[in-house]
Design a protein around this ligand. Structure first.
Ligand code: TUI
Length: 307
């Protein structure tokens, strides 16, 4: 399964772990990298020094390449961008915005920049700005999402840019991997399946909700705020959607969700927490190690692709 992405990132399998806030810390990133994929530490809204510590701990657990996801709504993003360079990280993915202002810094330091995009326009802009590849993320994904589906976005992005494309959103097994390749992708990024991994620090209550989830158990909140977020349906999403329908203002909605992802991931509050997850939650059947997840997906993908 050699592609331009496995070559670019120096990894064995074309599987990248999403940079999920609170979940994508050093244990998970190291486990994915040790299993032959690319693990990522999600900087999310963490202070920059916490990110530095995470990087150092990850280096103790793996000598394989791993990357950092910089969430661009993070008020500490400038400092995180600098720490990536100082710590010698060679791959960065970005989310929830345009990373143009960091491109020069990162490219000078030979950091490969892989922005996550939700449109063809943003993919083209990123290629011109010096991105090494793009992740085309469909609306099936968990967390903050765009509106195009993976099935429609990936081939349109693949046609529009010359740099390699990584597909994300709705990919949870080897069929998804094979389908992504058929659409023109050269790797996949997966989040939800890794939230439920043995090495993931997500609370067991969260993992069990994923195992229990069915096909239509995710919902999207925040359409009215311009920051739509997909998560598993629960009391929190019901309350949020009720307030949104009543025309609640942004601050009221913010108050409701403040700290809610941490409540879900760290405290295991599956009632009042935000269980960010993609539409493949219904395909999560058991808790497996990252090695088992990757081996299963690669074996199934190879058979389907007749490799
Ligand atoms: O970033 C993600 N997923 C995320 S970030 C996150 S933290 C958060 N929580 C609540 C509200 C907002 C953020 C949870 N999940 N995925 C990558 C992604 N990036 N999806 C869509 C985009 C995106 C959106 C707009 C990329 C670029 C973009 O550009 C807008 C512009 O023109 O600046």
């Amino acid at each position: 399964m050699k592609t331009r992405i496995t070559e670019l990132l120096n990894i064995e399998y074309p599987i990248i772990q999403g940079g999920m806030a609170w979940v994508a810390e050093h244990h998970l990133a190291a486990a994915v990298s040790n299993a032959g994929g690319l693990g990522l530490i999600g900087a999310a809204s963490a202070p920059a020094e916490v990110v530095r510590e995470e990087i150092r701990k990850c280096k103790e657990l793996t000598d394989k390449p791993f990357g950092i996801n910089v969430m661009l709504l993070n008020p500490n993003a400038d400092e995180v961008a600098q720490i990536v360079v100082e710590e010698g990280i060679k791959v960065v993915t970005t989310g929830a915005g345009n990373p143009a202002k960091y491109m020069e810094l990162w490219n000078k330091a030979e950091v490969k920049v892989i922005p996550v995009v939700a449109s063809v326009a943003m993919a083209k802009l990123m290629e011109r700005a010096g991105a090494a590849a793009v992740v085309a993320e469909g609306t099936e994904s968990g967390g903050h999402i765009g509106s195009a589906t993976t099935m429609t976005l990936v081939p349109q992005v693949a046609d529009a840019v010359s740099i390699p494309v990584i597909a994300a959103g709705g990919i949870g097994d080897g069929r998804g991997l094979a389908a992504a390749f058929m659409l023109g992708a050269e790797a996949v990024q997966m989040g939800t399946r890794f939230v439920a991994a043995k090495e993931s620090i997500a609370h067991d209550n969260f993992k069990q909700q994923l195992v229990k989830a069915k096909d239509i158990d995710s919902t999207v909140t925040g359409m009215s705020t311009g920051h739509p977020v997909r998560s598993l349906r629960n009391k929190m999403t019901k309350e949020y959607l009720r307030l949104e329908a009543e025309g609640a203002d942004f601050m009221e909605l913010e108050r409701l969700t403040l700290g809610s992802l941490r409540r879900a991931v760290v405290e295991g509050d599956v009632v009042n927490g935000t269980l960010m997850a993609g539409q493949i939650a219904g395909m999560v059947k058991q808790i497996q190690s990252c090695e088992e997840i990757i081996q299963e997906i690669v074996a199934q993908g190879k058979t389907l692709l007749k490799l």
